[in-house]
Design a binder for this molecule. Structure first.
Ligand code: OSB
Ligand code: MG
Length: 369
C-alpha cells in the first residue's frame, strides 16, 4: 500500500460529565488520532484509547507518542504493507504497547478499506447491518442520582446497563437498582477493585441476576479469577487481563471467565481482536465490545468490529452525544432504541468533521514516507 504520509494529532476534548470508576475520575480527555494518507488522497483514521494517566493499563497518551514517534512509524516507513494484517507482524519486535500499535493499525485498516471501496465491517467479515448497544454508567454521587441516570438511559432504549462498582458502592447499590429495574439487563464492572479476600462478599452478587461481573480482581490476573469463578454463579467477564489471543485461550482453559470484553486498543488492534473473536466463537464463549470513552473514530472502529457474529451481547459503544457536545465525525454516531445502524460507506463509514478535528487539535506532527 503506497502510504505517502502519516499525521499524528493530539486532541483534547471535554466529556459532558465526569466519568468515575474504581480507579479515578476523568473529565478532560487527551488522545491521538492517526491519519494515513495514500497517493490517491484517501485518508484512513485510527484513534488511540490510552488515557492521560496510566490507571487502566500501563500505557498513557505520552507513552503512545513515544512509541509511535520513535519506533512504530519508522517500522511502517521501512516495511512493505500489502494488507492491514501485516501491520502487527511489522510491529512484533516491539513488546506490548498495544494501544500505540492499534492506533496506527486502525488507520491502515480504514485506509485499505477505502482503497478497496468497501466498508470496514465487510472487510473484517462482519455481516450485521445493525448492532445492539448498552451503556456504561460511572459511580454517581448518590444512589438516587444513579437510579435517575439509569432511568434516563433505559427510556432512551439502551439494551443493557453496566454499573461501575467498588467496595462500599456495590451490594446495597445493586439491591436498590434491581428493585427499581426488575427486568433490565444489568451488569457490574469493578475495574480490579477486589481481591480473593472478598469472595464471600462477591458471592452476594449472585442474588441480583447480573449478566456478568467484569474484572473483579487484579488487572494482570487470570489465576485468582478462576478460583473466584468456581465460587460464584455470576459469570465473570475479563477486560483488563486480556491482551492477546494467547491470554484469551489461557483464561478460557483455566475457567477464569465465561465472557470476554474485547477492546481493540487493549489487544493491539483489529487483527488480534478478530482472532480473539474467532477463538471465542469456536469455544462458544460470548464476546462484546468494550469502550474507552472514545471519540467518533474509535467508536466507528468498535461498530465495525461488533458486526462479527460472536458479538452476541450489547457492547459499551453508546452514541456520540453520551460523551460529546460535538464529535469529530459526520454524521455523529446515533443510537435509536438501543441500536446503531452500521454505515455502508467505505472504510469506517463516517466522514471526518475536519473543522472539529482542527478545533480540538493541540499538537500535530507529520511523517512523510
Ligand atoms: O473498564 O470498560 C472499562 C471507561 C474507561 C476505562 C475503562 C472502562 C470504561 C468504561 C466506559 O466502562 C466505556 C465507554 O462508555 O466507553
Ligand atoms: Mg471494564
Amino acid at each position: 500500500m503506497p502510504i505517502q504520509k502519516i499525521i499524528l494529532r493530539k486532541l483534547k476534548m471535554t466529556l459532558n460529565d465526569p466519568f468515575t470508576t474504581s480507579f479515578g475520575t476523568m473529565q478532560e480527555k487527551e488522545f491521538f488520532i492517526a491519519e494515513a494518507i495514500d497517493s490517491g488522497g484517501n485518508r484512513g483514521f485510527g484513534e488511540s484509547v490510552a488515557f492521560t494517566v496510566p490507571w487502566y493499563s500501563e500505557e498513557s497518551v505520552q507513552t503512545n507518542f513515544h512509541i509511535m514517534d520513535d519506533f512504530l512509524i519508522k517500522m511502517l516507513q521501512e516495511n512493505e504493507i500489502d494488507h492491514p494484517n501485516d501491520v502487527l507482524d511489522i510491529f512484533s519486535p516491539i513488546r506490548r504497547n498495544n494501544m500505540a500499535k492499534s492506533t496506527l493499525e486502525g488507520a491502515i485498516w480504514d485506509l485499505y478499506a477505502k482503497r478497496e471501496g468497501i466498508p470496514l465491517a465487510q472487510l473484517l467479515g462482519g455481516e450485521k447491518t445493525e448492532i445492539d448497544v448498552g451503556i456504561s454508567i460511572g459511580i454517581q454521587p448518590t444512589v438516587a442520582d444513579l437510579i435517575n441516570t439509569i432511568d434516563h438511559y433505559v427510556k432512551e432504549g439502551y439494551k443493557r446497563i453496566k454499573l461501575k462498582i467498588k467496595p462500599g458502592w456495590d451490594i446495597e447499590v445493586l439491591r436498590e437498582v434491581r428493585r427499581h429495574f426488575p427486568n433490565t439487563l444489568i451488569m457490574a464492572d469493578a475495574n480490579s477493585a477486589y481481591t480473593l479476600d472478598d469472595v464471600d462478599h462477591l458471592k452476594k452478587l449472585d442474588e441480583f441476576d447480573l449478566m456478568m461481573i467484569e474484572q473483579p480482581l487484579a488487572h494482570d490476573d487470570i489465576v485468582d479469577h478462576a478460583k473466584l469463578q468456581a465460587e460464584i454463579n455470576t459469570p465473570i467477564c475479563l477486560d483488563e487481563s486480556i491482551h492477546s489471543l494467547a491470554d484469551a485461550r489461557k483464561a478460557v482453559e483455566l475457567g477464569s471467565c465465561k465472557i470476554i470484553n474485547v477492546k481493540i486498543g487493549r489487544v493491539g488492534g483489529l487483527r488480534e481482536a478478530k482472532r480473539i473473536h474467532d477463538f471465542c466463537q469456536e469455544q462458544d464463549v460470548p464476546v462484546w465490545c468494550g469502550g474507552m470513552l472514545e471519540a467518533g473514530v474509535g467508536r466507528a472502529h468498535n461498530i465495525a468490529l461488533t458486526t462479527l457474529p460472536q458479538f452476541t451481547m450489547p457492547g459499551d459503544t453508546a452514541g456520540s452525544s453520551r460523551y460529546w457536545k460535538k464529535d469529530i465525525i459526520k454524521p455523529e454516531v446515533v443510537v435509536e432504541n438501543g441500536v446503531i445502524k452500521v454505515p455502508d460507506k467505505p472504510g469506517i463509514g463516517y466522514d471526518m468533521d475536519d473543522e472539529a478535528l482542527e478545533q480540538f487539535t493541540v499538537e500535530k506532527k507529520e511523517y512523510v514516507f
